[in-house]
Structure formats: C-alpha cells, structure tokens
Design a protein around this ligand. Structure first.
Ligand code: ADP
Ligand code: ADP
Length: 225
C-alpha cells in the first residue's frame, strides 16, 4: 500500500500544455477514480504515475519517495491494461506470468504467484486455456492477474472495461471492487463513465482541460441537497 501525491504537476508537449498544474493526494489504500471527458488528461496523469510518461514540472511521490525520475520497474505500481492486451498464443498461465518471465523469475516463483492470483480471481480451472477459449470477463481477469502477480503497492487501471458490454461491465466493476476490499491496495482507475466512478471510488478526481475541477467522495460531488 502506498500514498500518492501530485504537487503542481504539469505536462507539455512542445508548446501544448496538457496537464496544467494539478494537486492530488491519494491516501494509503484509497480507491481513486479520475473521471472527465476524452482528452482532459486522465490517461496522461495515470501514465505519469506509472512512469510511462515524463513529468514536465512538479513533484510526484509514491509512498515517501519522490519518483519523478524513477523508472517504471522501480515504482511498485502495476497497470491493468484492457483485456485485448493479452497474448493470444500464450496460455492463461503464461499470460499471467508474463511480467515475471520478463523479470527473470524462477519457475517456482512464477508457479506460486500465478497460483495465488488464480485463487484471488477464481480462475484456477482456466490456467491452461488460451485467450480464444475465454469469455470477455475471463480475459479481463487475466489482465488483472498479470498485475496481481507483481505484488504492486498501487494498481493503475486505464479504462479497463471500455470494450466490454454493459452487463459484463457491471460484473467486472463488482469484481474490481471486491479485489480492492480483499487486497486493500491503493488503486487509481481512469474512466469517462460517471456510474463507474460513483460505484467504485472512495475519492473522485474530476478533470477538465488538464486541470482538476473537483475532488471529493462520490456523495460530495454528485449529491446536491
Ligand atoms: P484522456 O485520457 O482524458 O482522454 P489524454 O491524457 O489521453 O486524455 O490526453 C490529454 C491531451 O493530451 C489530449 O488533448 C491529447 O491529444 C494530448 N496528448 C496525449 N498524448 C500526446 C502526445 N504524445 N503528444 C501530443 N499531445 C498528446
Ligand atoms: P489512449 O487514451 O487509450 O491511450 P489515445 O488514442 O488517446 O488512446 O492515445 C494513443 C497513443 O497516442 C498514446 O500513446 C498517446 O500518448 C498518443 N497520443 C494521443 N494523442 C496524441 C496527440 N495529439 N499527438 C500525438 N500523440 C498522441
């Protein structure tokens, strides 16, 4: 678990400012959702936390460390990509273990971590299947499993459900919520869907044009007495 802090964080591409000085504090174990229209900077912010995108200025901390210049592999964060990012030629087991394989983990370590992720996500019977033999929801669980085996202090979700149908989206929302309760890990979740934001978030960050428009608990933002 880890606290995340952004202080006056900015991002420019050439002369275009896409993140214009944002301050965001996410507590240890909190589920934060970044919401806002397409192009408002959600994905850029998430990629900055992941270390996939440089920060032009400002301070980004994870835990008690300033991570501005820290490479992604040293940040103890794991990104959950959309389910189509899984490899069709690999089994579920190989897909889930992928990051560990890249990192040079032993077979014993991979087996133990994949078994744990499979238990958490209830997908033990699926480990030897290929993605083509899975439903959309099961594929999404593979993508989450790939993040779980890395034992991150922070999970980052970039619109993970956007290519699923409505019913499945609701199921997966429940699964992700359950996962958060089970692991207690800090999570940041990006979506343009207000319902997803309201049902998942402890804290919602509303972005607009590269700036923070509002921050608060779902009830504070969407309940106007
Ligand atoms: P969101 O995730 O909210 O849809 P993004 O973070 O993807 O928004 O993008 C924010 C803004 O930054 C958009 O206007 C987008 O066009 C711009 N942008 C993103 N990446 C680049 C890039 N590599 N070069 C120039 N502009 C970019
Ligand atoms: P996503 O939001 O899922 O990342 P996008 O289509 O917004 O999908 O972006 C795809 C890729 O293109 C990203 O790597 C992003 O940084 C880059 N990108 C987005 N907008 C621009 C832009 N205006 N100019 C250059 N690259 C961009």
């Amino acid at each position: 678990m880890a606290r995340i802090s952004l202080k006056d964080v900015r991002k420019s591409y050439g002369s275009t400012d896409v993140i214009r000085g944002v301050d965001i504090e996410i507590e240890d174990g909190e589920f934060a959702v970044f919401v806002g229209p397409s192009g408002c900077g959600k994905s850029t912010l998430l990629r900055m936390v992941a270390g996939l995108e440089d920060i032009t200025s400002g301070t980004l901390s994870i835990g008690d460390r300033v991570v501005n210049d820290l490479p992604p592999k040293d940040r103890k964060v794991a990104m959950v990509f959309q389910s189509y990012a899984i490899f069709p030629h690999m089994t579920v087991r190989e897909n889930v273990a992928f990051g560990l394989t890249i990192a040079g983990a032993s077979k014993a370590e991979k087996d133990a971590k994949v078994a744990e992720a499979a238990r958490i996500l209830q997908m033990e019977p699926l480990l030897d299947r290929r993605p083509s033999q899975l439903s959309g929801g099961q594929r999404q669980r593979v993508a989450i499993g790939r993040a779980i085996v890395r034992k991150p202090e922070v999970f980052l979700f970039d619109e993970p459900l956007s290519n699923l149908d409505a019913a499945l989206r609701m199921d997966m929302r429940m699964e992700i919520s359950k996962l958060h309760k089970q692991l207690g890990t800090t999570m940041i979740y990006v979506t343009h869907d207000q319902v997803e934001a309201m049902t998942l978030a402890d804290k919602i960050v509303v972005l607009k044009g590269g700036e923070v428009q509002q921050i608060g608990a779902p009830m504070e933002l969407y309940h106007h007495p």
